[in-house]
Design a protein. Structure first.
Length: 150
């Protein structure tokens, strides 16, 4: 099965960010560090890069996958752009999970749009977390609730 997953880039906070995201979303976190690369791979690693995350992957119980890495000294760091957003969406049964994720990601964050009932009938919110990553949240309501809201 083909999947599309967010891949976040950090200067040197990937481990901290992924551990935080695991505390929010749950799941299993796998980290590979630049220092784990065998010398035979032909990619020299600067001493200051050895503890940075070359690749990290969080797989949540809900089936979500979030990947991230640090930018080693061998390449320029490019900060997240304002046009890139990580969206966490679901249906009525996912409301508590998504609302809880919003609340935790908003702690220490900025530019928050409260997670609340939107004019189009879904619950919607947006926040930039403490790592500078923008998140969008949307939870649909069941058909009966949406019809009654009109």
């Amino acid at each position: 099965m083909v999947r599309l997953n967010p891949y976040l880039s950090f200067k040197n906070q990937a481990r901290e960010a992924l551990e935080f995201y695991r505390s929010v979303l749950g799941g299993e976190l796998d980290l590979s560090l630049y220092g784990d690369m065998p010398e035979e791979a032909g990619m020299p690693v600067a001493p200051e890069d050895r503890e940075l995350v070359m690749h990290g992957q969080l797989d949540t119980p809900a089936g979500l996958t979030l990947m991230a890495s640090d930018t080693g000294s061998m390449m320029p760091y490019v900060a997240p752009t304002s046009g890139v957003v990580v969206a966490l969406t679901g249906g009525p049964a996912d409301h508590d999970y998504v609302a809880g994720a919003y609340a935790q990601l908003a702690e220490g964050g900025s530019d928050a749009m409260p997670f609340d009932l939107a004019p189009w009938g879904d619950y919607y919110g947006q926040v930039t977390d403490r790592f500078g990553i923008t998140w969008m949240f949307d939870v649909g309501r069941d058909e009966g609730a949406a019809e009654g809201a009109g």
